[in-house]
Design a binder for this molecule. Structure first.
Ligand code: SAH
Length: 394
């Protein structure tokens, strides 16, 4: 007997599931399974069992798969999975690094769940109804594998409403956590506000890109636009950049940015901590003031509908940065919009260059850090682009 009520797939949809895609759309089901929304199902096609997942009738994605087998999804299940992930991360993490993504949703076989580690504090996000219903076994397994001092829940996510979930304010699930936590990354010290900061508190997905940046900004005058808490600023300063200016619309982010630079022994004049709008500031930059500009905006398209405007905004931002750079200046441009693939992003940069009457020579192109993986069977998980190029003036 299967472990859960059976959800039957239309035979013609079997191939996509076997190819490793973790989503089953409602149209792929022969009939709705007899479980309440958020309940576990065993997925089958004719007599063949294809896996175990959770169901939601309210979303286009009817089932997200947790396993390719028929098995109980309980604390032991998550414990096995979290332990394997923790071992893998530990093997690959760079030295002197205490913050990392322990669980990255679909790519790690746990759709709807994100877990970030900041020293001995865990930050968890439940994105979907199905995963929210599994919170008890998930938290028990996290406790067993990571033995954290505190677990913070950051399920303050708009997507939850589409799932039929109630809003969930930020809360501390276990232990005590007042806000900023201290961690190490590649030998640098950082503070992240895990209660009020962006996402879970820090952009861990750029860890390896921050390291890569160091090669290109030595001796340069760097402007870090959309700096948030100064991740790129710290690495640039440590790479002996001549000057590092940080710019972000958020005053709280700028405070943390200053703290993070100071924590690593770097200080810059007040004028180089700019709480400003990036679009206005980039358009008003004095040409030649900076010879390395980093542009890493928040996701500018949450859905396909916003794609056209997002492409326009990326083009404008990068055009303005290019206008302000001297010949051979370095543009470091990132995009975390899933809907823009790497090729499209390079076309956007090319277009921005054309508008700024220069060409761009690629120096380095990168994606998300290894602890934010994507599977080739699930291209939707591929979202981060990080492109370093040199401006070539005519
Ligand atoms: N580069 C950062 C992450 C950027 S997150 C890092 O590596 O850590 C996006 C940031 O953009 C947020 O800090 C947000 O406050 C800021 N932001 C959003 N809109 C902005 C705008 N119009 N002008 C300036 N900053 C903006």
């Amino acid at each position: 007997m299967p472990h859960y009520p059976v959800a039957r797939l239309r035979p013609e949809r079997r191939k996509s599931v076997l190819a490793g895609h973790p989503w089953i759309f409602s149209g792929a089901l022969a009939q709705a399974p007899k479980v309440p929304d958020g309940g576990l199902v065993t997925v089958a096609c004719d007599a063949e069992i294809l896996g175990t997942g959770y169901y939601n009738s309210r979303t286009d994605i009817a089932i997200r798969l947790l396993s390719r087998r028929d098995e109980p999804v309980d604390a032991a299940f998550f414990e096995r999975r979290f332990r394997a992930l923790a071992d893998e991360r530990a093997a690959f993490l760079p030295p002197d690094t205490t913050a990392w993504r322990a669980v990255f949703a679909e790519a790690d076989g746990c759709p709807g769940l994100i877990v970030d580690v900041y020293g001995d504090v865990l930050v968890v996000q439940f994105h979907t109804l199905g995963m929210d219903r599994l919170r008890d076994p998930v938290v028990a397994a996290l406790r067993a594998v990571h033995a954290p001092a505190a677990i913070v829940e950051r399920s303050d996510l708009a997507v939850r409403r589409h799932e039929g979930l109630e809003d969930q304010p930020v809360r501390v699930l276990e232990g005590a956590c007042e806000g900023p936590v201290t961690f190490r990354e590649n030998g640098y010290t950082f503070h992240a506000d895990v209660l009020k900061g962006q996402k879970t508190g820090f952009f861990l997905d750029q860890r390896e890109n921050r390291l890569a940046l160091q090669r290109w900004c030595k001796g340069r005058s760097v402007l870090n636009v959309f700096s948030y808490s100064g991740g790129f600023s710290v690495y640039a300063a440590a790479a002996a950049a001549r000057r590092v200016a940080s710019l972000d619309a958020s005053a709280a982010a700028m405070d943390l940015c200053r703290r993070n630079l100071a924590a690593n022994g770097f200080g810059f004049p007040d004028a180089d901590f700019r709480t400003e709008d990036a679009f206005e500031a980039l358009a008003a930059l004095r040409p030649g003031e900076f010879d390395c500009i980093i542009v890493d905006p928040p996701s500018l398209a949450k859905s396909r509908k916003q794609l056209k405007n997002a492409i326009k905004a990326y083009t404008t931002l990068n055009r303005c940065a290019l206008n302000a750079l001297p010949d051979r200046g370095i543009l470091v441009s990132a995009s975390c919009t899933t809907h823009i693939d790497p090729l499209t992003f390079s076309k956007i940069l090319h277009h921005a260059g054309t508008q700024a009457r220069c060409s761009l020579k690629l120096l380095e192109s990168r994606e998300q850090a290894f602890d934010h993986p994507y599977n080739f069977s699930f291209p939707e998980g591929r979202y981060l682009k990080f492109v370093v190029s040199a401006k070539i003036a005519p």
